[in-house]
Design a protein. Sequence first.
Length: 195
Amino acid sequence: MSRTTGTTAWIDLNSKSLQETQDFYSALFGWTFESQGEAFGGYCLIRNGDALVGGAMDVTGMTCPEGEPLEPRWDVYLTVDDLDARLEKAKLHGAKIPMDPMPIGESGRMGILCDPTGAGINMWQAGDLDGYDFTGLPGSPVWFELMTHQYDKATEFYTAVFDAQMVPMSEQMDDDSFRYSTNGTQDVATWGLGD
């Protein structure tokens, strides 16, 4: 399945105890972890049955480009058609790019950035790997959200950089003090943005 720019493509789990992480998610969702070997730094592909979910890696001792230790967290990747052009566009719209884009074997290329609100988001330009498998089964990735106090700035950024067609859900909300939109209509949206 070919993804369009701005749709979710991949999730990564950074862990400081990969075995405990594997044990937890295997018990919770039945996930299996396939090591890709030393050539990929012990990176593991995560599967839910035969379906690809994402990846996981032990980040113990690893640091960010600024020198701070990498912390355990989930990272989300959005699909892009041209990684270099989208990173340049992101810079023009206030993003910080902490490192150069990186090839991941023949799978594709990744870019890491912080949006103008400070939220981390990654980009994925597919090679042999389009992304995780959409199955809708329990234990599968289905929805992602960015909750921010800078809703307008975030909406402007994701619209400009990822061609997101943000659809406000205000007509479905009873209270105007909370705004929420999705990156498309209900049948195509893969993530939401709220304040």
